[in-house]
Write a protein that binds this ligand. Structure first.
Ligand code: FAD
Length: 553
């Protein structure tokens, strides 16, 4: 493949080798790797700065729930040795500072165009290039397009009657304002009880005169046990990073270095099992689910963990009615993303906090000064929508992506996303997705999955360039087999039993398909590596000159 000219002279458009959409952790690392190959790259980011998730989610209490020493890039040893995380789970401002540090350190900013949304990407079959149209009215051409648009970047605005009539301020956790919001003296309502609510409710409760939490589904949450990191703890990671990162990539299912379970929950007697859960509860965090190796496979095993957490909720929350409402009863523990909190359940012991069950008493309307549920008005001055995201496909679907023969990706995915390895979709040549549906993505430490995808895509593009190949595309057969495999693996677990955002169940009308790949990051990485080693098995690659001949004819 010859170097691209800087202008597509036929159309008068600026021409790039690669357009990357999004400047979160995925887009930034993608840019870094592609530039290392000498490619001409343009990154478009609709936000006002880099950082993605950590740019948008500035709500009180926002922090990561994978420990920071692991929720960080591994591609640069200097970076991981020199960056100092202050806490076990860094707060959002610190993670955003880290993203900015990476942008500066690797000199990325010059190739990132901020405040610019990609609205359309259309494949020009004759020229085998993408025409990318942005919100500033420009169109550029690119040989490759990489969607680094994020799995949790399309905030879900609920359609509630009267919402626009509300006289107070309305905030969405995923679009939080940049200035500090102080709820002191206010009556605040929070709608939703997923991860963002579970992080923000304890903080808002400390400020607000009164806080009313509107809960449709109770979620399981494990205490974070967040604390400042000591110099010794940081050093223990830094000096063992090669092994920690290797384990996270190759052996862990979820991309997290942790002690792995060697037995099922029912292999232990009652006392031993309880002791194990107590130990995991005391340690805190997501790895509670690694107490046993069958918690997401065997319902009886899962019930034992769920009962333990429900007992903890009953111990913490003094009012038995409220405790009961906070105990999840409609899904196996872990089948919805498990939450990690600081004092979430205890917050409901505060006299200024009320829990309203909107499953039994649905919200009927928002009035100018209240949320009306179960024929009762809960008066509020400010409303926080912690209603989550149109996950995994939402941001991709917002772009008008037109592939071969004028078929759009939205048409193709109308009944659920179809990809080969979560990386490409048949009919859309040279279009890659980072942590797309069909890959482990949201079931993992996302930075591990992001780095793996970016490295794989970089190598695939290098492979094509070395051989002067023009277009790469997943075959229908490989894609169908992969979609069936992703589904088969999901059906072997308890995950599909929950109405989760993994299933698209939080979005009315969205097809119910289990989107991420459950096989684990280690297994998945091996599959991707084998595919590449076999000359990109399941993909077709066509010669550049054939594409050019077709264009000329
Ligand atoms: C509150 C919160 C906490 C989280 N905590 C963790 C955690 O502890 N561990 C973990 O592994 N994961 C966590 N995640 C998941 C998190 O999204 C990923 O870890 C990671 O940040 C994703 O990076 P990304 O670059 O893929 O996507 P994002 O960070 O979402 O970045 C995508 C970017 O693409 C931009 N974009 C989208 N569409 C367009 C378009 N059409 N044109 C231009 N720009 C566009 C968006 O504006 C966004 O900035 C969390 C998510 C949330 C919301």
């Amino acid at each position: 493949m010859s170097a691209m000219p800087s202008k597509d002279h036929a159309a008068g458009h600026e021409a790039y080798d690669v357009v990357v959409v999004g400047a979160g952790f995925a887009g930034m690392y993608m840019l870094h790797r592609l530039r290392g190959q000498g490619l001409k790259v343009r990154v478009y980011e609709q936000g006002g700065d880099v950082g993605g998730t950590w740019y948008w989610n500035r709500y009180p209490g926002a922090r990561c729930d994978v420990e920071s020493m692991q929720y960080s890039y591994s591609f640069s040893d200097e970076l991981q040795q020199e960056w100092t995380w202050s806490e076990r789970y860094a707060p959002q401002p610190e993670i955003l500072k880290y993203a900015n540090h990476v942008a500066d350190r690797f000199n990325l900013r010059g190739d990132i165009q901020l405040d610019t949304r990609v609205d359309r990407a259309a494949f020009d079959e004759a020229a085998s290039t993408w025409q990318v149209t942005t919100s500033d009215g420009n169109t550029v051409t690119a040989k490759f397009v990489v969607l680094a648009t994020g799995c949790l970047s399309n905030a879900r605005m609920p359609h509630i009657r009267g919402l626009s009539d509300f006289r107070g301020k309305v905030y969405h956790t995923g679009h939080w304002p940049h200035e500090r919001i102080d709820f002191t003296g206010q009556r605040v309502g929070v709608i939703g009880t997923g991860s963002s609510a579970i992080q923000s409710v304890p903080v808002i409760a400390e400020q607000a005169r009164h806080l009313t939490v509107f809960q449709r589904t109770a979620n399981f949450s494990i205490p974070a046990r967040n604390a400042e990191l000591t110099a010794e703890e940081r050093e223990a990671f830094r000096s063992n990073y090669p092994e920690i990162r290797r384990f996270a990539r190759e052996e862990a299912r979820n991309g997290i270095y942790a002690e792995m379970p060697d037995r099922g929950a029912l292999d232990d007697g009652d006392n031993a099992r309880r002791a194990k859960y107590e130990q995991r509860w005391d340690r805190g965090g997501l790895t509670f689910m690694l107490a046993y190796n069958n918690l997401l496979l065997d319902k009886a095993a899962n019930d034992s963990a769920a009962s333990f957490v429900k007992e903890k909720i009953a111990e913490i929350v003094r009012d038995p009615e409220t405790a009961k409402r906070l105990q999840p009863d409609d899904h196996p523990i872990g089948s919805k993303r498990i939450c990690v909190d600081t004092d979430y359940y205890a917050t409901f012991n505060r006299p200024n906090v009320t829990l309203v069950d909107i499953k039994s008493d649905p919200i009927e309307a928002i009035t100018p000064n209240a949320v009306r549920a179960g024929a009762k008005d809960y008066e509020i001055d400010a409303l926080v929508l912690a209603t989550g995201f149109d996950a995994m496909t939402g941001s991709v679907a917002k772009i008008d992506i037109v592939g071969r023969a004028g078929r759009t990706l939205n048409q193709k995915w109308a009944e659920g996303p179809k990809t080969y390895l979560g990386l490409m979709s048949e009919g859309f040549p040279n279009l890659f997705i980072i942590t797309g549906p069909g890959s482990p993505s949201v079931l993992s430490n996302m930075i591990v999955s992001i780095e793996q995808h970016v490295d794989w895509i970089t190598e695939a593009i290098a492979f094509m360039r070395e051989r002067d190949l023009g277009a790469m595309e997943a075959t229908k057969e490989a894609e169908d087999r992969w979609v069936a495999h992703v589904n088969d693996v999901a059906q072997m677990t308890l995950y599909p039993q929950a109405n989760s955002w993994y299933m698209g169940a939080n979005i009315p009308g969205k097809p119910r398909i289990f989107m991420p790949y459950i096989g684990g990051v280690g297994v998945y990485r091996r599959i991707c590596n084998e595919v590449a080693a076999k000359g990109y098995e399941g993909f077709v690659m066509s010669a550049a000159e054939r594409v050019e001949r077709m264009a000329a004819s």
